[in-house]
Design a binder for this molecule. Structure first.
Ligand SMILES: Cc1cc2nc3c(=O)[nH]c(=O)nc-3n(C[C@H](O)[C@H](O)[C@H](O)COP(=O)(O)O)c2cc1C
Length: 285
């Protein structure tokens, strides 16, 4: 089976998952593979992606990337996977970036959902990244990542997938390999999703005096969750990425992360998850 085209779909509120997508894209270009990159925040034509994956399954490989939020893949990515048609034997590569606290079950749930569609998970990646809630911290968890070594792991994965698909009959990474934590721990993690965790997230305060209603927060929002009345109001689809806080040019949307930072550092110690970055191959070259 040749590998002539890659579709790379991702959600990346703070830009790290997009960075990994770009590394995949660069390596695909080096190998002479055509690339279509799709940021879910830009409302890509998902119907077209689905049609392409159904009709071009012969020479296509689909890469799907998500940040880890509260031990899970983010809702826009899981919703995208749910809507994908069941294209039997389409090669797919799920990848996640995580902030050094706990990668949870994100990669496992993406891999499981894709395998249930009859797709072949030909490789997967977990990449350490700076924690996207700690951008105001002097020394955020995961600082400096992904670094050149992380990027090399990703490039090697793309090369491996390319070689494997060129040889034909790709074998799948066993879904169980993507589960870092044992089933009882995953069962606990499954009980807490983003909606439940939202109660413990720092609230965003809008300073109505400082807000100029410029709309940059709404533009930065990856899930179209912001409306104006007349200042920003956060709707149901909010995933607590805090892009609005990060991007407001007037510093009019604020959140206090001081308590959150301590909780994140406790989780880093509690889970002590190793390795920080990991590539999953179906078989060694
Ligand atoms: C709401 C929220 C929840 C997060 N939950 C986790 C988590 O459970 N474990 C972890 O290691 N990192 C967590 N992170 C950090 C992100 O997974 C990490 O920074 C990721 O690289 C962000 O990707 P992006 O730059 O593409 O947005 C969380 C970040 C946010 C904003």
């Amino acid at each position: 089976m040749p590998f002539k085209k890659a579709i790379i779909v991702y959600c990346s509120p703070a830009g790290t998952t997009r960075h990994v997508a770009n590394v995949i894209s660069d390596q695909c270009h080096t190998l002479g593979v055509d690339v279509q990159e799709m940021n879910l925040a830009h409302r890509p034509d998902i119907e077209a992606i689905m049609a392409a994956s159904a009709s071009a399954a012969e020479d296509l490989c689909l890469f799907i990337g998500s940040p880890v939020y509260v031990s899970h893949a983010v809702p826009p990515v899981m919703a995208f996977i749910t809507r994908l048609p069941a294209v039997t034997s389409l090669p797919v590569v799920p990848f996640v970036t995580w902030g050094g606290a706990c990668s949870g079950m994100a990669l496992f749930e993406m891999g499981t959902a894709l395998a249930e569609k009859g797709m072949v998970v030909v490789g997967a990646a977990k990449i350490i990244a700076v924690h996207s809630m700690l951008w105001q911290s002097a020394n955020p968890v995961g600082q400096g990542h992904p670094d050149a070594e992380d990027d090399q792991l990703i490039s090697d994965l793309v090369t491996h997938v390319h070689d494997q698909l060129s040889r034909g009959n790709p074998t799948a990474v066993p879904t169980a390999d993507l589960a870092h934590y044992p089933a009882p721990v995953r069962a606990e993690m499954a009980k807490v999703d983003l909606k439940i965790a939202a109660a413990h997230m720092p609230p965003r305060e809008v300073d109505a005096e400082a807000c100029t209603e410029c709309g940059q927060c709404a533009e930065a929002c990856p899930t179209d969750a912001i409306t104006f009345d007349p200042t920003p109001v956060f709707g149901e689809t909010c995933i607590y990425c805090y892009s609005c806080v990060r991007e407001c040019p007037e510093d009019a949307i604020r959140a206090d992360f001081s308590g959150t930072e301590a909780r994140i550092r406790d989780r880093v110690k509690q889970f002590d998850e190793q390795p920080l970055s990991q590539i999953f191959y179906a078989s060694k070259v």
